[in-house]
Design a protein around this ligand. Structure first.
Ligand code: PMP
Ligand code: GLN
Length: 386
């Protein structure tokens, strides 16, 4: 194919390829154990696949309603009521999306006018900032500092201005594994009180909170819920990240705006998969038991890493473990993960990828959503070199 015959006008000139693609590709090229990109290396239950097959064979292969199949929206409403005591109307306040990524992008596109400001917390999941910038929004960054990565509410207050349109939060937090407290949610409620600020709450790891702590969904806090779009993902909860199905909850005025964009950027999501997920949600133990399942993996992973000089940082939720590697190498985090992938044979994510200025605190992230055999094989390699 000949080249495009003119300079390309890029809307995202500073953006390269996402770190998750870069590291997964490198892991594959090097035959490394891939603890970089966040996805399980084990399968979901056969029953879930049987339900997809059932609905396909039963002829449910055409467009679903724009907001999602009714049975799935009803099941989501029931779950949210049971867990958080919040009453969302499936007709007007719940929309099924093509993963959390589309929900986040659509929420930003629908609700951030050019020139308005959006506050994010850094290290920040890499999908938010490009989405804001594509809308002409101005990014304001609040710092979460190692080792515990807790929000500094006085600093957040300083960032709020009359142009603040949105605050995007993420608890449990990717990449640090921090879980916000009810105190944090009260601070956020106080900061946004009497403003038109919309909160986007990325809660894709809502079911992966450890040590008996409860997930502080924005849905639990009525004052926040009325100004929040709450995003979740079936990929994380049911071990099917490749299916790309998620959902968003919001009060109807916000949801009406969300759907104006949603109808034109995806219109609707895979029908038989939605119907199967609705069936699968009928048994609540499937999400209730997820925290214990991943807590056991976290404990196994942390115990394995204790035989190395990697310094474990706290992990209160998600399926990510961050570590400092300063006792092993005086290298940038990108050089360190490159060495780790090529020479040690274990891939990880450098945290500098989550900072706008590439800030490097000597911290990397491992994903422990893996079979025990995979984690054991990683321990063997890490013990030898680290
Ligand atoms: N937000 C966060 C914090 C995530 O970690 C991820 C995926 N790992 C997403 C959003 C995107 O989720 P999905 O795959 O459902 O688009
Ligand atoms: N969110 C996943 C992670 O943090 C990756 C998803 C993606 O590759 N975009 O690793």
């Amino acid at each position: 194919m000949p080249h495009f015959p003119a300079p390309v006008v890029s809307r995202l000139p500073a953006v390269g390829t996402t770190i998750f693609t870069v590291m997964s590709r490198l892991a594959q090229e090097c035959g490394a154990i891939n603890l970089s990109q966040g996805f399980p290396d084990f399968n979901a239950e056969g029953y879930l696949f049987d339900r997809v097959s059932h609905w396909m064979h039963a002829g449910h292969n055409q467009y679903a309603p724009m907001a999602g199949v009714p049975s799935l929206r009803v099941a989501i409403a029931a779950k949210v009521w049971e867990l958080y005591g919040a009453d969302y109307d499936p007709e007007h306040e719940i929309t099924v999306t093509a993963g959390a990524t589309q929900a986040l992008f659509t929420a930003i596109a629908a609700l951030v006018p050019p020139g308005d400001e959006v506050i994010v917390f850094e290290p920040v999941y890499d999908a938010y900032v490009p989405a804001i910038e594509l809308q002409g929004g101005i990014v304001r960054r609040a710092r979460l500092s190692a080792p515990d990565y807790r929000p500094d509410w006085a600093a957040v207050r300083q960032l709020v201005s009359p142009r603040t349109r949105m605050i995007i939060i993420n608890t449990p937090h990717n990449p640090t594994g921090t879980v916000w407290t009810s105190g944090d949610m009260l601070e956020l409620a106080a900061i946004t009180r009497d403003t038109g600020i919309v909160v986007v709450a990325d809660e894709v790891y809502e079911h992966i909170v450890f040590d008996g702590v409860r997930h502080e969904s924005a849905a639990r806090h009525p004052e926040l819920a009325v100004r929040s779009l709450i995003v979740s993902s079936f990929g994380k909860t049911y071990h099917v990240t490749g299916w790309k199905v998620g959902y968003v909850l919001a009060p109807r005025e916000l949801m009406a705006e969300f759907r104006k964009v949603h109808q034109f950027n995806v219109f609707t999501v895979n029908t038989p998969v939605q119907l199967a997920l609705a069936d699968y949600m009928q048994e609540p133990s499937r999400y209730r038991e997820l925290a214990a399942f991943y807590q056991a993996k976290r404990d196994f992973f942390r115990a394995g890493l204790r035989a190395t000089r990697l310094e474990l940082l706290p992990c209160a939720g998600t399926y990510f473990q961050t570590v400092r590697y300063g006792a092993i190498a005086d290298a940038s985090d990108t050089d360190f993960v490159d060495w780790l992938t090529r020479e040690v044979g274990v891939a990880a994510i450098p945290l500098s990828a989550f900072f706008g200025d590439g800030r490097d605190e000597g911290v990397i992230r491992f994903c422990f959503a893996k079979r025990d055999e995979t984690l054991e094989a990683a321990f063997e390699r890490l013990e030898r070199f680290c």
